[in-house]
Design a protein around this ligand. Structure first.
Ligand code: DMJ
Length: 643
């Protein structure tokens, strides 16, 4: 009938109230009336204001006192009615001293109820007098308070985690004066790129070096999140450009805010921002980078809310609404995008002790493992609603590339404990070798693209990273084929060098063919551009580390000189539209990956191997070095914060 909460107000289970003296019957009646009045008023105020009335209730501390007070008294009564002996005996034997104490207690309580009600009534009346604007302003103030509380919570220090072995972050000075000079030249190029960005594009995502203003692309939505700053940090650090590093850190600390109404690429934000922030954290030990990385990762998580758990390509950082690229086959997500989250997400779980990130990427892996693969190949498109493949296109370049890279790197990053990832990598590479890798008539090894049962004899600049990947994965390969994979890496490096060498500018085109007498040359006009990409130099560097064949330094130096000659302008570095033209037009974009990757790989190529040794560091696909985690197993149980 009556809810327990109403018992104290109706007083049905209390003995008749004795307010201390029978000489005030009128007062007693008035009090009951005023109680009813109070009840009515509160009830009507509640109904009128509907759910918004939440803000008009007396503050919670009042509720608390009220409830507690009643509870103390009611329990004995309830027990009495049940004939209880323990607490109930408090009233059964309610004579003399006990009864007197009980009356006093009731009196005190009654007064308190009355005072509370009167106060609540006054407050309710006051609220009702306020204008709509005042009420809205109050609601806004309450909301702001909540936001502030959340912000405080966000910037709370994370649990301390022992840092992995951070070897070789301040070394690498070559003894050979010629190599030292080359290394210094690369550092000078970095300063030129950074200084111009700082002067003309500071805080924008990228720089237009000719127009001398900020630039951005749709991968960053309409945000201004300083992509170049975040992407460049670790390169600045390893080059010893510490003043510039500090400037970047200060900007990030004060300005990098992810609560923006902007639809960004989950993949790009992960590899550039989360990867960049995590690497900066490990190198410098500055907590701010870790905190920002974790805040940002939280903003990406809603992208995983799909029927399959395969994330959307894009997510709105504010609303959390996700969707896929309009151009992707049948509303699909892209293999190279949802398959390139593993490294960063495992580190996030390691650093926070929160398995949510780890679970997300392992779920993707498990789902992929269960799926049929045509010819053992992974198609580039997967529909996140149905869990079915889109078009059967397979590529080791755009749309596929870093998925394979991250299988290998998941294994390396786990101190080679994640053998499941290694197996997936080995299986995938075997299928790729069988179906996609061919030799041209002129003897150049190339990796083509699989399109609905047909091999397209075309290779992208992006695909050239695979030379380095094969070399990196040689050690630990199945059937002890290390020599074979190192050789394959060398052949890809050679082919990609040819694609540079056969141009006028000695810079590689975006895509090149091996068809009808054409060898490693772009045919279509819209494939002749070079946008400061790193993949060929990346492969030179890995090959250098594994073979120390001086030709890789030579090839790297050729590329560095060509970039300095043809891409350098007074306002920074720009891509060029045609590498076969002696006077090419500029595209007027200084890509953030030029500072993150191209210049970093060049600098490493002219450094000693003790700078970021590959036994201790694994580079994410944007060249951000993350340390090997010596976890007991891949479930992160080695991490004390997780335990
Ligand atoms: C970089 O952002 C990354 O390397 C990514 O994996 C693909 N390529 C671009 C630069 O070319």
């Amino acid at each position: 009938m009556t809810t327990p909460a109403l018992l104290p107000l109706s007083g049905r289970r209390l003995p008749p109230l004795n307010l201390g003296t029978s000489s005030f019957p009128h007062h007693r009646a008035t009090l009951r009336l005023s109680e009813k009045f109070i009840l009515l008023l509160i009830l009507s105020a509640f109904i009128t204001l509907c759910f918004g009335a939440f803000f008009f209730l007396p503050d919670s501390s009042k509720h608390k006192r009220f409830d507690l007070g009643l509870e103390d008294v009611l329990i004995p009564h309830v027990d009495t009615s049940k004939g209880g002996k323990n607490l109930g005996s408090f009233l059964i034997h309610g004579q003399g001293h006990d009864e007197h104490r009980h009356r006093e207690e009731e009196e005190r309580l009654r007064n308190k109820i009355r005072a509370d009600h009167e106060k609540a009534l006054e407050e309710a009346k006051e609220k009702l007098k306020k204008s709509r604007d005042e009420i809205q302003a109050e609601i806004q103030t309450e909301k702001n308070k909540v936001v502030q509380e959340l912000k405080k919570k966000d910037s709370k220090p994370l649990p301390p985690v022992p840092l992995p072995n951070l070897i070789g972050i301040n070394s690498g000075e070559p003894a050979d004066p010629d190599i030292r000079e080359k290394r210094n030249k690369i550092k000078e190029m970095m300063k030129h790129a950074w200084n111009n960005y700082r002067q003309y594009g500071w805080g924008h995502n990228e720089l237009k070096p000719i127009a001398r203003k900020g630039h951005s692309t749709n991968i960053f939505g309409n945000s201004q999140m300083g992509a170049t700053i975040v992407d460049a940090l670790d390169t600045l650090y390893i080059m010893g450009l510490h003043d510039e590093f500090r400037e970047g850190q200060e900007w990030i600390d004060k300005n990098l805010d992810f609560s923006v109404n902007s639809e960004v690429s989950v993949f790009e934000v992960n590899i550039r921002f989360i990867g960049g922030l995590l690497a900066a954290y490990y190198l410098s030990g500055q907590e701010v980078f870790k905190i920002k990385a974790v805040q940002l990762a939280g903003k990406l998580l809603p992208a995983f809310n799909t029927p399959t758990g395969i994330p959307w390509a894009m997510v709105n950082l504010k609303s959390g609404v996700g969707r896929n690229w309009g151009w992707a086959s049948a509303g699909s997500s892209i293999l190279a995008e949802f398959g390139t989250l593993h490294m960063e997400f495992v580190h996030l779980s390691y650093l926070t002790g929160d398995p949510v990130y780890y679970n997300k990427v392992m779920h993707i892996r498990k789902l992929l493992q269960k799926m049929d693969r045509p010819n053992g190949l992974y198609p580039n498109y997967l529909n996140p609603r149905t869990g079915r493949w889109g078009q059967h296109h397979t590529s080791v370049g755009g749309l596929g590339d870093s998925f394979y890279e991250y299988l290998l790197k998941a294994w390396l990053m786990s101190d080679k404990m994640d053998t499941e990832a290694r197996k997936m990598y080995d299986d995938a590479i075997e299928a790729i070798e069988k179906h996609l890798i061919r030799k041209s008539n002129g003897g150049l090894t190339f990796i083509g693209e699989w399109k609905n049962g047909h091999l397209e004899r075309k290779m992208g600049h992006l695909t050239c990273f695979a030379g380095g990947m094969f070399a990196l994965g040689a050690d630990g390969s199945r059937d002890d084929k290390a020599g074979h994979y190192l050789q394959l890496g060398a052949e890809i490096a050679h082919t990609c060098h040819e694609s540079y060498d056969r141009t006028t500018l000695k810079l590689g085109p975006e895509a090149f063919k091996f068809d009808g007498g054409v060898e490693a040359v772009a045919v279509r006009q819209n494939e002749k551009y070079y946008i400061l990409r790193p993949e060929v130099i990346e492969t030179y560097w890995y090959m250098w580390r594994f073979t120390h064949d001086p030709k890789y330094r030579q090839w790297g130096w050729e590329a560095a000189q060509a970039i300095d000659k043809y891409c350098r302008v007074s306002g920074g570095f720009s891509g060029v539209k045609d590498v076969y033209s002696s006077s090419p037009a500029y595209d007027d974009v200084q890509q953030s990956f030029f500072l993150a990757e191209t210049l970093k790989y060049l600098y490493l190529l002219f450094s000693n191997d003790d700078l970021l040794p590959l036994d201790n560091w694994v580079f994410n696909t944007e060249a951000h070095p993350l340390p090997v985690l010596h976890l007991a197993n891949t479930t992160l149980s080695g991490n004390p914060a997780y335990r």
